[in-house]
Design a protein around this ligand. Structure first.
Ligand code: GLV
Ligand code: MN
Ligand code: MN
Length: 412
């Protein structure tokens, strides 16, 4: 089979999808369940239907577009990613895996391939943690990793729960029906931009992912004492933001001193109350992201952050409460899928290297119920989660081709 990617069509579709945004171009903001997200979903569903795929949605909005195989009773091969985008993001994170996955299916169709196993494209709900504070919401539920009652009660900043959002957006079924059985997929493979600089630096066309690092996130509330910024003298202050600033520095130090470059720690959210220039901050909410390829080392960093919080609370006379949002194990990719990806790349003389994903992806959770692997393409400077995120149409074409070859082999 001689597979050909329609690069012009795929680039046009990525461009159109990027237009569904709540931020001015080139930035993309597309928060799950926003009107913009719903319009973008409709666009992707239309493309899937136009390709002859059967579309279904589950109770949390995970969307499945199935190309029926010759033996439809067999576990399917899954591919896909997400289309939600964090505030002020770029246009390629997640979308390349969804639209590239669709184009891989179309390329197989055009090539006259008839899959034995069904091939299913999945658009996962809320891979990004923006609204509900936890990433990979859809794939956590699909893999039965997240307690359903807890999930339904997750609230956004305005206090609106996931269940309320589902009702408002038409995803009304029972959340318990979202989980898929072990064996539902024979294999799952996700195409994604690398979000790091290595492929570009090495001049390599494709990265075959062998493992996904272990993410964790913490929510920290600091409570001090407010007051007049002019009248309260410095010696008596219990400023919550100053304590929070020390926590952010403690996160940085704990990650830097872990003993390995693989440890990363970020304080990405800092909400200050009351948030007035002439008022001493009384309350702060921090959200902290810590990751490592080694789970034990990551957990040691989390423990060090907790110890720093205790020390800062005592010294600054503030209260500090920490809540672990998630602390997930890493995933190891499946050797057969890894081999299929490497073989597909070789067939087209595309250079490839094996690598670890430091970002998390829905594949981290799909790995709980199916063999998984991922295929990375280079992105300029390794930039991601920012408006200048960029992957060339050639890189996207290479990734889509490699994915199509692997899907073809796994579904045959
Ligand atoms: C995914 O968006 C991540 O933060 O790794
Ligand atoms: Mn992302
Ligand atoms: Mn992503």
């Amino acid at each position: 089979m001689n597979l050909k990617i329609n690069t012009a069509q795929l680039s046009g579709e990525l461009e159109t999808l990027a237009g569904f945004s709540d931020a001015p171009a080139p930035a993309v903001t597309r928060v799950v369940f926003s009107e913009t997200d719903l319009r973008a979903r409709r666009y992707v569903k239309e493309l899937c239907s136009a390709a002859g795929l059967t579309v279904r949605e589950d109770a949390v909005g995970n969307t499945f577009a199935r190309w029926l195989g010759r033996e439809p009773g067999l576990p399917a091969i899954g591919t896909g990613s997400h289309i939600d985008a964090i505030p002020n993001a770029g246009r390629y994170d997640g979308t390349v895996g969804v639209l590239g996955g669709l184009e891989a299916i179309r390329a197989l169709q055009r090539g006259g391939f008839q899959p034995r196993r069904s091939i299913e494209l999945v658009l996962f709900t809320s891979e990004e943690p923006t609204r509900f504070g936890i990433g990979c919401l859809g794939s956590r539920l699909l893999s039965g990793t997240l307690d359903v009652a807890k999930a339904g009660g997750l609230k956004d900043k305005e206090g609106k729960s996931l269940d309320e959002w589902r009702k408002a957006t038409g995803f009304t079924g029972d959340l318990r029906s979202v989980a898929l059985l072990q064996g539902h997929y024979h294999g799952f493979v996700e195409l994604h931009i690398e979000q790091g600089p290595l492929l570009e630096q090495h001049g390599t066309a494709l990265g075959v992912v062998t493992a996904i690092a272990a993410p964790a996130s913490l929510r920290i509330w600091v409570e001090g004492e407010g007051g007049h910024a002019g009248a309260v003298l410095m010696p008596g202050r219990r400023d919550a933001l100053c304590a929070a600033a020390e926590i952010a520095l403690a996160v940085e130090a704990a990650a830097k001193n872990s003993g390995a470059v693989d440890t990363v720690g970020t304080a990405g959210v800092c909400d200050v109350f009351p948030g007035a220039i002439n008022s001493i901050p009384v309350r702060v909410r921090l959200e902290i992201d810590v990751r490592d390829t080694d789970q034990a080392r990551r957990d040691a960093v989390l423990a060090r952050i907790q110890a720093s919080c205790d020390e800062i609370a005592g010294r600054r006379q503030v209260t500090i409460r920490t809540e672990m949002i998630n602390a997930d194990p890493p995933a190891t990719c499946d050797q057969q899928i890894v081999a299929a990806l490497a073989t597909g790349a070789a067939k087209h003389h595309l250079s490839c290297e094996y690598m670890v994903s430091r970002a998390y992806h829905d594949s981290l959770f799909m790995a709980r119920i199916a063999p998984v692997a991922m295929l990375f393409i280079p992105c300029r400077g390794g930039f991601s989660h920012r408006p200048d995120e960029f992957a060339s149409s050639e890189a996207i074409m290479h990734g889509t081709l490699g994915l199509a070859e692997a899907l073809g082999e796994l579904a045959a």
